[in-house]
Design a protein around this ligand. Structure first.
Ligand SMILES: Nc1ncnc2c1ncn2[C@@H]1O[C@H](COP(=O)(O)OP(=O)(O)O)[C@@H](O)[C@H]1O
Ligand SMILES: [Mg+2]
Length: 270
């Protein structure tokens, strides 16, 4: 479904600020797979998601989504296939518009503007049902401005908007990181439910080890722009938080060694 083939991206190439953010990442992701992505700060997780979304062009490599080569497609063209949710609860929605108006915008994505936000009764009924499904009591507040909601409620709605048109691919970049633990838990459970219900293919970056072991059917760990662990199926189900912490510790120790020793140490654990 998603084929990421030997992609490379270096920012500020040839300057003192050169960063090799992706150093030859290859991932083949099956339709309906829910991939959790973890890794240390700056390991290239967001850059990987941005590469898929087309935020920038690759230096090398290729990306196919559902059998279509999108490597040279600009971001807005790929947006037809992709739903995204970011960390900041204020980034995904229009704060002065109501819940219903935001959902109406989501349902019109990719169509011409100028249709206004008038809703047919069928659309309104679907909205009420969808918002009810979040279990946040928002169905009675459909005409309230999104700006009046809590961070968790906003992220849940952003999720609803990002998945309204059942995208081929859902990209979540630490979308619960800015929330209090209870809201984070609630939003990740809603996420899991929507992905399962619609059979979506998803990549979710998280810094929560608990989320990483609980959710998804595959776990990818990144380090220095490379995938250093890729676990799925029964192996993924057997993982516990301590296993992941141990892997972060290995990486940290490897980083203290010289680069060739670090590569050897990493190779042992792949
Ligand atoms: N647009 C950009 N310009 C310059 N450097 C960038 C850009 N995007 C990411 N980087 C750098 O690439 C590296 C990986 O970043 P990122 O993918 O955001 O890491 P993370 O795993 O924390 O999400 C970091 O060193 C970051 O500073
Ligand atoms: Mg990031």
């Amino acid at each position: 479904m998603l084929e990421i083939n030997r992609i490379r991206k270096t920012f500020n190439a040839g300057t003192a600020n050169e960063v090799r953010s992706l150093q030859g990442v290859t991932l083949s992701i099956d339709e309906g797979s829910f991939v959790v992505v973890i890794g240390t700060n700056g390991s290239g997780k967001s850059t990987l998601l941005n590469a898929v979304a087309g935020t920038f062009y690759l230096d090398e490599g290729s990306i196919d989504i559902a059998g279509t080569a999108v490597t040279r497609w600009p971001e807005h063209q790929r947006a037809r296939y992709i739903g995204r949710v970011f960390q900041n609860p204020f980034s995904g929605t229009a704060p002065t518009l109501s819940i219903a108006e935001n959902l109406a915008l989501a349902s019109r994505r990719g169509q011409s503007r100028g249709l206004g936000l008038a809703l047919g009764s069928g659309t309104r009924a679907r909205m009420i049902e969808a918002v009810q499904g979040l279990g946040m009591g928002l169905e009675s507040r459909l005409d309230n401005a999104i700006g009046s909601l809590s961070g968790g409620q906003r992220q849940a709605l952003t999720l609803l908007m990002a998945t309204w048109l059942k995208p081929k691919l859902l990209l979540l970049d630490e979308h619960t990181a800015a929330l209090d633990p209870r809201s984070a838990d609630q939003v990740v459970r809603i996420t899991d439910r929507i992905i399962a219900r619609d059979g979506l293919t998803a990549m979710m970056v998280t810094h929560s080890m608990q989320q990483a072991i609980t959710y998804g059917d595959r776990l990818v760990m990144m380090h220095r722009g490379e995938v250093i662990h890729d676990v799925s199926g029964p192996d993924k189900r057997r993982l516990c938080v301590n296993d992941l912490l141990a892997r972060f510790e290995e990486v940290r120790r490897a980083d203290l060694l010289d680069p060739s020793a670090a590569a050897l140490l990493r190779a042992r654990y792949i």
